[in-house]
Design a protein around this ligand. Structure first.
Ligand code: GSH
Length: 229
Protein backbone atom coordinates (compact mmCIF):
# COMPACT_ATOMS: atom_id res chain seq x y z
CA UNK A 1 0.00 0.00 0.00
CA UNK A 2 1.34 3.46 -0.89
CA UNK A 3 2.49 5.47 2.09
CA UNK A 4 1.96 8.88 0.49
CA UNK A 5 -1.18 10.92 0.84
CA UNK A 6 -1.65 10.30 4.53
CA UNK A 7 -2.95 13.20 6.59
CA UNK A 8 -3.60 13.37 10.31
CA UNK A 9 -6.04 15.91 11.60
CA UNK A 10 -5.39 16.72 15.24
CA UNK A 11 -3.71 18.74 17.95
CA UNK A 12 -0.34 17.82 19.48
CA UNK A 13 -1.69 17.90 23.08
CA UNK A 14 -4.36 15.25 22.49
CA UNK A 15 -3.44 11.78 23.81
CA UNK A 16 -5.75 10.25 21.20
CA UNK A 17 -3.86 12.04 18.42
CA UNK A 18 -0.52 11.05 20.00
CA UNK A 19 -1.67 7.43 19.91
CA UNK A 20 -2.09 7.63 16.14
CA UNK A 21 1.22 9.51 15.66
CA UNK A 22 3.01 6.70 17.52
CA UNK A 23 1.35 4.05 15.31
CA UNK A 24 2.38 5.96 12.17
CA UNK A 25 5.94 6.27 13.48
CA UNK A 26 6.15 2.57 14.38
CA UNK A 27 5.23 1.79 10.77
CA UNK A 28 7.54 4.56 9.42
CA UNK A 29 4.67 6.16 7.51
CA UNK A 30 5.20 9.72 6.28
CA UNK A 31 2.21 11.92 6.94
CA UNK A 32 1.08 15.50 6.92
CA UNK A 33 -0.08 16.84 10.30
CA UNK A 34 -3.02 19.21 9.89
CA UNK A 35 -3.51 21.17 13.10
CA UNK A 36 -7.15 21.37 14.17
CA UNK A 37 -8.12 24.25 16.39
CA UNK A 38 -11.50 22.78 17.51
CA UNK A 39 -12.79 26.25 18.31
CA UNK A 40 -14.46 26.56 15.91
CA UNK A 41 -14.22 23.11 14.35
CA UNK A 42 -12.86 23.20 10.80
CA UNK A 43 -14.88 22.34 7.71
CA UNK A 44 -12.42 19.51 7.10
CA UNK A 45 -13.12 18.01 10.55
CA UNK A 46 -16.90 18.36 10.21
CA UNK A 47 -16.76 16.80 6.76
CA UNK A 48 -14.36 14.00 7.77
CA UNK A 49 -15.97 13.03 11.09
CA UNK A 50 -19.59 14.21 10.79
CA UNK A 51 -20.86 11.73 13.39
CA UNK A 52 -18.56 12.43 16.36
CA UNK A 53 -16.85 15.66 15.18
CA UNK A 54 -13.72 14.72 17.14
CA UNK A 55 -10.01 14.45 16.48
CA UNK A 56 -8.03 12.46 15.51
CA UNK A 57 -9.08 11.75 11.95
CA UNK A 58 -6.69 9.94 9.63
CA UNK A 59 -7.26 10.75 5.99
CA UNK A 60 -5.75 8.12 3.70
CA UNK A 61 -6.13 9.26 0.10
CA UNK A 62 -9.73 10.44 0.22
CA UNK A 63 -10.84 8.03 2.97
CA UNK A 64 -11.37 9.40 6.48
CA UNK A 65 -10.92 7.02 9.44
CA UNK A 66 -12.12 8.15 12.88
CA UNK A 67 -11.57 7.10 16.53
CA UNK A 68 -7.98 6.60 17.65
CA UNK A 69 -8.14 2.86 18.37
CA UNK A 70 -9.97 2.22 15.10
CA UNK A 71 -7.28 4.23 13.32
CA UNK A 72 -4.48 2.26 15.00
CA UNK A 73 -6.18 -0.94 13.90
CA UNK A 74 -6.55 0.42 10.36
CA UNK A 75 -2.84 1.30 10.28
CA UNK A 76 -1.99 -2.21 11.55
CA UNK A 77 -4.03 -3.81 8.77
CA UNK A 78 -3.33 -1.42 5.89
CA UNK A 79 0.47 -1.34 6.27
CA UNK A 80 1.67 -4.88 6.69
CA UNK A 81 5.37 -3.93 6.47
CA UNK A 82 7.38 -3.15 9.61
CA UNK A 83 6.64 -4.34 13.14
CA UNK A 84 3.18 -5.79 13.66
CA UNK A 85 0.94 -3.74 15.92
CA UNK A 86 -1.67 -6.34 16.85
CA UNK A 87 -0.68 -9.81 18.08
CA UNK A 88 -1.19 -12.47 15.38
CA UNK A 89 -2.60 -14.90 17.95
CA UNK A 90 -6.40 -14.32 18.16
CA UNK A 91 -6.53 -14.78 21.95
CA UNK A 92 -3.64 -12.36 22.54
CA UNK A 93 -5.22 -9.91 20.11
CA UNK A 94 -8.58 -10.13 21.94
CA UNK A 95 -6.75 -9.56 25.23
CA UNK A 96 -5.04 -6.44 23.90
CA UNK A 97 -8.38 -5.08 22.64
CA UNK A 98 -9.99 -5.89 26.03
CA UNK A 99 -7.36 -3.97 28.02
CA UNK A 100 -7.42 -1.04 25.61
CA UNK A 101 -11.19 -0.80 26.15
CA UNK A 102 -10.64 -0.95 29.93
CA UNK A 103 -8.11 1.87 29.69
CA UNK A 104 -10.35 4.13 27.57
CA UNK A 105 -13.72 3.33 29.14
CA UNK A 106 -12.89 2.77 32.82
CA UNK A 107 -9.42 3.97 33.77
CA UNK A 108 -8.74 7.24 31.92
CA UNK A 109 -12.28 8.63 32.58
CA UNK A 110 -11.29 8.69 36.29
CA UNK A 111 -8.90 11.56 35.43
CA UNK A 112 -11.83 13.67 34.23
CA UNK A 113 -13.92 12.66 37.25
CA UNK A 114 -11.06 13.76 39.49
CA UNK A 115 -10.83 17.13 37.73
CA UNK A 116 -14.54 17.75 38.31
CA UNK A 117 -14.67 16.24 41.83
CA UNK A 118 -15.58 18.31 44.86
CA UNK A 119 -14.44 17.36 48.35
CA UNK A 120 -11.20 15.83 49.58
CA UNK A 121 -12.67 12.38 50.37
CA UNK A 122 -14.10 11.98 46.85
CA UNK A 123 -10.82 13.12 45.31
CA UNK A 124 -8.79 10.72 47.49
CA UNK A 125 -11.01 7.80 46.50
CA UNK A 126 -10.59 8.63 42.79
CA UNK A 127 -6.79 8.82 43.17
CA UNK A 128 -6.92 5.42 44.86
CA UNK A 129 -8.96 3.96 42.01
CA UNK A 130 -6.45 5.31 39.45
CA UNK A 131 -3.69 3.57 41.45
CA UNK A 132 -5.70 0.33 41.59
CA UNK A 133 -6.07 0.52 37.81
CA UNK A 134 -2.29 0.74 37.49
CA UNK A 135 -1.94 -2.42 39.59
CA UNK A 136 -4.33 -4.23 37.21
CA UNK A 137 -2.37 -2.92 34.25
CA UNK A 138 0.89 -4.13 35.84
CA UNK A 139 -0.62 -7.64 35.93
CA UNK A 140 -1.78 -7.28 32.32
CA UNK A 141 1.72 -6.16 31.33
CA UNK A 142 3.35 -9.21 32.90
CA UNK A 143 0.93 -11.52 31.06
CA UNK A 144 1.15 -9.76 27.68
CA UNK A 145 4.88 -8.93 27.57
CA UNK A 146 6.03 -12.39 28.76
CA UNK A 147 9.36 -11.01 29.92
CA UNK A 148 9.86 -8.74 26.89
CA UNK A 149 10.13 -4.96 26.82
CA UNK A 150 6.61 -4.00 25.73
CA UNK A 151 3.01 -5.19 25.94
CA UNK A 152 3.50 -5.98 22.24
CA UNK A 153 6.69 -7.99 22.87
CA UNK A 154 9.96 -6.72 21.38
CA UNK A 155 8.31 -3.70 19.78
CA UNK A 156 5.55 -1.24 20.64
CA UNK A 157 2.11 -2.67 19.89
CA UNK A 158 -1.59 -1.83 20.18
CA UNK A 159 -1.78 -1.92 23.97
CA UNK A 160 1.46 0.04 24.38
CA UNK A 161 -0.09 2.77 22.24
CA UNK A 162 -3.43 2.55 24.07
CA UNK A 163 -1.88 3.13 27.51
CA UNK A 164 1.31 4.96 26.63
CA UNK A 165 -0.48 7.90 25.04
CA UNK A 166 -1.77 8.84 28.53
CA UNK A 167 1.63 8.89 30.27
CA UNK A 168 2.03 12.67 29.82
CA UNK A 169 -1.37 13.25 31.45
CA UNK A 170 -0.51 10.83 34.27
CA UNK A 171 2.60 12.92 34.96
CA UNK A 172 0.45 16.09 34.96
CA UNK A 173 -1.86 14.48 37.52
CA UNK A 174 1.10 13.47 39.69
CA UNK A 175 2.43 17.03 39.63
CA UNK A 176 -0.98 18.50 40.45
CA UNK A 177 -1.78 16.18 43.37
CA UNK A 178 1.87 16.01 44.47
CA UNK A 179 1.71 12.19 44.69
CA UNK A 180 3.62 9.73 42.50
CA UNK A 181 1.21 7.08 41.19
CA UNK A 182 3.39 5.13 38.77
CA UNK A 183 6.40 4.14 40.87
CA UNK A 184 9.09 1.52 40.91
CA UNK A 185 7.88 0.34 44.33
CA UNK A 186 4.15 0.01 43.61
CA UNK A 187 4.24 -1.25 40.01
CA UNK A 188 7.87 -2.02 39.08
CA UNK A 189 7.14 -3.73 35.76
CA UNK A 190 4.84 -0.98 34.52
CA UNK A 191 7.28 1.67 35.73
CA UNK A 192 10.10 0.08 33.71
CA UNK A 193 7.80 -0.22 30.71
CA UNK A 194 6.86 3.49 30.91
CA UNK A 195 10.54 4.51 30.91
CA UNK A 196 11.28 2.32 27.87
CA UNK A 197 8.12 3.52 26.10
CA UNK A 198 8.86 7.24 26.55
CA UNK A 199 12.47 6.79 25.39
CA UNK A 200 11.47 4.87 22.24
CA UNK A 201 12.22 6.56 18.88
CA UNK A 202 8.59 6.27 17.77
CA UNK A 203 7.40 8.06 20.93
CA UNK A 204 10.00 10.47 22.29
CA UNK A 205 9.20 13.41 20.00
CA UNK A 206 5.45 12.81 20.14
CA UNK A 207 4.40 12.94 23.80
CA UNK A 208 4.23 16.55 25.01
CA UNK A 209 6.17 17.52 28.15
CA UNK A 210 3.93 17.68 31.27
CA UNK A 211 4.82 21.39 31.72
CA UNK A 212 3.34 22.12 28.26
CA UNK A 213 0.19 20.16 29.16
CA UNK A 214 -0.12 22.04 32.47
CA UNK A 215 -0.01 25.34 30.54
CA UNK A 216 -2.88 24.06 28.39
CA UNK A 217 -4.91 22.97 31.45
CA UNK A 218 -4.39 26.42 33.04
CA UNK A 219 -5.43 28.16 29.81
CA UNK A 220 -8.67 26.10 29.66
CA UNK A 221 -9.37 26.79 33.35
CA UNK A 222 -8.89 30.54 32.79
CA UNK A 223 -11.22 30.47 29.76
CA UNK A 224 -13.87 28.52 31.70
CA UNK A 225 -13.60 31.00 34.61
CA UNK A 226 -13.96 33.97 32.26
CA UNK A 227 -17.03 32.40 30.61
CA UNK A 228 -18.72 31.56 33.96
CA UNK A 229 -21.69 33.80 34.89
N1 GSH B 1 -12.72 8.20 21.66
C1 GSH B 1 -12.09 9.22 20.86
C2 GSH B 1 -10.80 8.66 20.23
O1 GSH B 1 -10.25 7.71 20.79
O2 GSH B 1 -10.40 9.14 19.16
C3 GSH B 1 -11.82 10.43 21.73
C4 GSH B 1 -11.33 11.61 20.91
C5 GSH B 1 -11.48 12.92 21.67
O3 GSH B 1 -12.09 13.01 22.73
N2 GSH B 1 -10.93 13.99 21.06
C6 GSH B 1 -11.08 15.30 21.64
C7 GSH B 1 -12.03 16.12 20.75
O4 GSH B 1 -11.99 16.05 19.55
C8 GSH B 1 -9.75 16.03 21.67
S1 GSH B 1 -8.65 15.32 22.82
N3 GSH B 1 -12.87 16.92 21.39
C9 GSH B 1 -13.79 17.77 20.71
C10 GSH B 1 -15.21 17.54 21.14
O5 GSH B 1 -15.43 16.68 22.00
O6 GSH B 1 -16.09 18.22 20.63
Amino acid sequence: MATSDVKLLGTPASPFVNRVQIALNVKSINYEFIEENLNPKSELLLKSNPVLKKIPVLIHGDKPICESLVIVRYIAEAWTNGPSILPSDPYESANAVFWAAYIDDKWFPLFKELRMAQGEAVKASLVERIGEGLVLLEEAFVKCAKGKAFFGGDSIGYLDMALGCYLGWLKVLEIMIEVKLLTETKTPELFGWSERFCANDAVKDVLPEPEKLIEIVKMHQAKAKAAAP
